[in-house]
Design a protein around this ligand. Structure first.
Ligand code: NAP
Length: 308
């Protein structure tokens, strides 16, 4: 069982969280990471990461997550696997109530990341695991030789379609615009994949099911036409929303729910820092999250020194 009092508590064990933990412990701070599932956060849903430097042949998200955790533990960081239930961040010390007990810290780094955005269709939640999914890398193999749809037009959707095109018989890419938002590197392989069909200007208006998903109904946003495509599964890959619900009313958030913090990672509250995808920033990548973790630790140290 972890102790109760820390100099720094880090909420979230993704690349931002474990980099903050690595730097904080190397700076001699007693540091705890609170992580709900397993080390790595959103990375664990990525089969192959090719854009994190130092891995010339790529690395899978689980491996990178555990390497980051082990690196921080090597210098004395602790991890408690627990869900954060509530926080009190305005006072001193700051209080973090979790499913594994209550912890106290002089400084808190919020690195809770983001979760998958849902389409918001009434039937969507009840079909999760019955044909509706948000992680092609995790669940794609269940659709081997089958027909699936991917909704979205960004990098995540493009990567998911490419992955699924190697597993499934047929993959529909349904995007609400007439061109991809995804970076150029994805365009050519997508166009060349013979089993990928693009559905442009398409908005999924209903997921049809008979116990399990059996089709998607798509409205054409240009001509208003409605079309039904039989599929065995639908992967929704339309971006993410930040995990900030617990901090509302204490930490300043922008309209989209991201914690307002600049490159210093400092929030509106003294002693509270936001690192990685959870904060307002232009580029949300593993390498930028890791960079935030290092920056946050620098400002944690500075904050603690200012109080002595
Ligand atoms: P994203 O870039 O925000 O793209 C989201 C896509 O979903 C957009 O095409 C958007 O359409 C569509 N969308 C949003 N809400 C929708 C709705 N309600 N109904 C239908 N479509 C909807 O999100 P992402 O692809 O998850 O990427 C997130 C971040 O991770 C980005 O910074 C991205 O570059 C990064 N990433 C990078 C890689 C890589 O290979 N380097 C891989 C994955 C992710 P509109 O275009 O119409 O807005």
């Amino acid at each position: 069982m972890a102790e109760k009092n820390y100099e720094a508590i880090i909420l979230g064990g993704g690349p931002a969280g474990y980099t903050a933990a690595l730097y904080c412990t190397r700076a001699g701070l007693k540091t705890l990471v609170v992580e709900k599932f397993s080390a790595g956060g959103q990375m664990t849903q990525t089969q192959m990461i090719d854009n994190y430097p130092g891995f010339d042949e790529g690395v899978d998200g689980f491996t990178l997550g555990f390497k980051m955790q082990n690196g921080a533990h090597r210098f004395g960081a602790e991890t408690v696997q627990a869900e954060v239930l509530s926080v009190e961040l305005t006072g001193n010390p700051k209080t973090v109530e979790t499913s594994a007990g209550t912890f106290f810290a002089d400084a808190v780094v919020i690195a809770t990341g983001a979760e998958h955005r849902h389409l918001g269709l009434p039937e969507e939640e009840s079909l999760i695991g019955k044909g509706v999914g948000y992680c092609a890398a995790c669940d794609g193999m269940f659709y081997k030789g089958r027909t699936v749809a991917v909704v979205g037009g960004g990098n995540s959707a493009a990567a998911d379609v490419l992955l699924l095109s190697k597993i499934c018989e047929k993959v529909y890419l349904i995007h609400r615009r007439d061109s991809l938002r995804a970076t150029k590197v994805y365009h050519e392989p997508l166009m060349q994949a013979e089993n990928v069909e693009f559905v442009w200007n398409g908005q999924v208006s209903e997921i049809l099911a008979d116990g399990r998903v059996k089709a998607v109904k798509i409205e054409n946003k240009v001509d208003g036409g409605v079309r039904e495509i039989p599929v065995d599964g639908v992967f929704i890959s339309i971006g993410r929303v930040p995990e900030t619900r617990l901090f509302q009313g204490q930490v300043a958030l922008d309209d989209a729910g991201y914690i307002i913090a600049d490159e210093s990672t400092c929030t509106n509250l003294p002693g509270v820092f936001a690192a990685g995808d959870v904060r307002t920033k232009a580029v949300r990548q593993i390498v930028t999250a890791a960079a935030d973790g290092a920056t946050a630790s620098y400002f944690v140290e500075k904050y603690l020194a200012s109080r002595n």
